[in-house]
Ligand binder design. Structure first.
Ligand SMILES: Nc1ncnc2c1ncn2[C@@H]1O[C@H](COP(=O)(O)O)[C@@H](O)[C@H]1O
Ligand SMILES: Nc1nc2c(c(=O)[nH]1)N=C(COP(=O)(O)OP(=O)(O)O)CN2
Length: 158
């Protein structure tokens, strides 16, 4: 079993329902179990595109899937939930990203782990620090609790 952390986000439609549906579907993936879910955070959009605030969070899984099998699984969940995203870094109904996959470091066209921007994104680090402050970023070789910083744009929603 590998311990994996996924980030999730939504800023279009019924954000909470789409996130709940995605989290329930994660438990239907083969040999995969959700073990922890962070609070939901309301976050200001990052990246320069003018858009509504996101709900973001992080979920911990234990899985026997390979990294690419898990990517296939989360992409099938996004499709099942009729993921809509019109522009790069723009609004979307649901987004699931693999943030950490055990201590794996991988840089292929389809999958980059750790997620290449995770260490710069408070909307990932703050919820990740809530459920796994001891997790290690395998490239920076630092604990999440030593990377995370306070950010007033990331506020607990629920
Ligand atoms: N770590 C990753 N998690 C999810 N998707 C990834 C990862 N690394 C590369 N990708 C590729 O990114 C696009 C989808 O991007 P969104 O974040 O969902 O907009 C897809 O082609 C993945 O293969
Ligand atoms: N607050 C907030 N801002 C954001 C968010 C998000 O979830 N929350 N996702 C983004 C981009 O996500 P995308 O998955 O398209 O890009 P990536 O492939 O670089 O992760 C861009 N800006």
């Amino acid at each position: 079993m590998t311990i994996v952390y996924l980030s999730f986000g939504s800023n279009m439609g019924d954000r909470e329902r789409q996130i709940n549906d995605a989290l329930n579907l994660l438990n239907t993936l083969p040999e995969t179990k959700v073990t922890k879910i962070s609070s939901l955070y309301e976050t200001a959009p990052v990246g320069g595109v003018e858009q509504d605030d996101f709900l973001n969070g992080v979920v911990a899984l234990e899985t026997n899937l390979s990294p690419i099998e898990l990517l296939d699984g989360i992409q099938s969940i996004e499709l099942k939930l009729n993921r809509v995203r019109k522009i790069h870094w723009g609004p979307r109904t649901i987004d699931l990203d693999i943030v950490l996959f055990g201590d794996l470091v991988m840089d292929s066209e389809r999958l980059k782990v750790p997620h290449p921007f995770m260490h710069e994104r408070s909307f990932v680090l703050i919820p990740l620090n809530e459920i796994a402050p001891q997790a290690i970023h395998p490239v920076l070789n630092k604990k999440i609790s030593d990377i995370v910083t306070l950010d007033p744009d990331v506020r607990i929603y629920k």
